[in-house]
Design a protein around this ligand. Sequence first.
Ligand SMILES: [Zn+2]
Length: 68
Amino acid sequence: MPELKREVKSVEVNYLCDACGKGMMARAGEMDRQTGEIEHRCLICDHQQTFLWSEYPRIDYVGLDEKI
Ligand SMILES: [Zn+2]
């Protein structure tokens, strides 16, 4: 198989706090390797939320012609 290259752009993905709607969620611990749970806390109101297999903030890469 030949190499396939394409140009991509990076996008920052944040999660806005469900409780206050103002703060960004930030990872507050390591991922549980068994369950995939990652604990996060709101930077403003300290609301706690657990995400499965996803971490915020993070950087994703998308093709230039892809929708974000
Ligand atoms: Zn909050």
